[in-house]
Design a protein around this ligand. Structure first.
Ligand SMILES: NC(=O)c1ccc[n+]([C@@H]2O[C@H](COP(=O)([O-])OP(=O)(O)OC[C@H]3O[C@@H](n4cnc5c(N)ncnc54)[C@H](OP(=O)(O)O)[C@@H]3O)[C@@H](O)[C@H]2O)c1
Length: 324
């Protein structure tokens, strides 16, 4: 079977290679999945650049989600059944075959679009997690709001009646993002908090979500009301969260991080079932719909990665493994 490996830290053409290896076999408790569709995410590229906390020794596999069919069970496994379409929430998924613990494979409902299924275990889970606990009528602000995930956050917030402000880095997206559910769209900049408080009143927002890091974190921090919180979940522009010390010391604003994998690991089996029900409902209603920008084969890997790096909310780049 073929899989993609990261040989070394670098750009795609230096770093990534399609490798032929022996077919895999499921160990006890595992399932073997024949992959069908694999979205390319910014976090995958963090592994390629050596910026991901989970980056192991190189060479290593790559890929944090995808969809496929169960083709073999390890000893002691009888579910999900052979042939079931499953979403993979992790597992070096840029490969023809992937093995993972049987209980980690998410069986998808009948009739689900295979591409939407391939994108269900990362961004929709994160959008739900980042908005969790907020109430109708509260204020949310989030940056990189034109990203695929940013658009889902907006839609989940609007669906829950949360007032929300989309922050982007360039003009021209206002109408599209308002149509997506944003109450306001602002271009990031030094006076962001003054512009935000024109909408929220002097106190500011209840929660800010930061996908950018660097100085952008401080600008969002300034927008948060006393008793509110800033949650960092991405590092699109920097490896540090920069907040002026005096602000941090004298203001009662909680700063924390969010990791989808960490939140999934903390879930009880009942919590997982509830999450899956929310995911399937959101997939069926179109709440989590994410367009496909373009599909590529493994032979077109470098073009695929380069397009994924340039793209955002207009759609995800999807890899189709060879045997499909
Ligand atoms: N913590 C978690 O568990 C978790 C889970 C999922 C995703 N994430 C993170 O969420 C973020 C968005 O993911 P995605 O899949 O939605 O990405 P995506 O669809 O590929 O979109 C990337 C977006 O990033 C924006 N961007 C790129 N560089 C930027 C910069 N320097 N400053 C501001 N914006 C920048 C682009 O803006 P333009 O539209 O202006 O080009 C684009 O809209 C990523 O950082 C990802 O790692 C975190």
């Amino acid at each position: 079977m073929k899989r993609v490996i990261v040989n070394r830290v670098g750009e795609a053409r230096d770093s990534l290679e399609v490798q032929e290896i022996e077919d895999l076999e499921a160990d006890p408790g595992q399932v073997l999945v024949q992959m069908k569709a694999i979205p390319i995410h910014p976090a995958d590229l963090l592994v390629m650049r050596g910026r991901h906390i989970f980056t192991p020794a190189y060479p290593c596999g790559i890929g944090i989600e995808g969809v496929g069919r169960v083709i073999a069970h390890g000893e002691g496994v009888n579910a999900p059944p052979l042939g079931a379409l499953v979403a993979l929430p992790f597992g070096e998924t840029w490969a023809e075959q992937v093995i993972l613990p049987a209980e980690s494979a998410i069986p998808l409902p009948d009739g689900i679009d295979i591409f939407q299924g391939s994108m269900l275990a990362l961004n929709p889970v994160t959008a739900l997690g980042l908005v969790l606990g907020m109430k109708r009528g509260e204020w949310l602000i989030h940056n990189a709001a034109n990203s695929s995930l940013g658009r889902l956050i907006t839609r989940v917030a609007a669906h829950k009646g949360i007032n929300n402000i989309s922050v982007v880095r360039r003009r021209g997206l206002e109408d599209e993002l308002i149509a997506n559910g944003a109450d306001h769209v602002l271009i990031d900049g030094d006076d962001l908090s003054q512009r935000v408080k024109a909408f929220t009143g002097a106190s500011g927002v209840d929660r800010a979500l930061d996908a950018v890091s660097g100085d952008a974190s401080g600008r969002l921090f300034d927008c948060v009301a006393e008793g509110g919180e800033l949650i960092c979940y991405g590092l699109l522009a920097g490896d540090q969260v920069v907040i002026p010390s005096a602000q941090l010391i004298f203001r009662d604003v909680l700063v924390r991080g969010y990791s989808r994998l960490r939140s999934l690991k903390a879930l009880s089996p009942e919590g997982s079932q509830l999450l899956h029900a929310d995911l399937f409902e959101g997939a069926a209603s179109g709440l989590f719909y994410t367009p496909v920008l373009k599909t590529f084969t493994f032979d077109e890997l470098y073009d695929a990665v380069e397009l994924a790096e340039r793209s955002g909310g207009e759609g995800k780049v999807i890899l189709i493994p060879p045997s499909d």
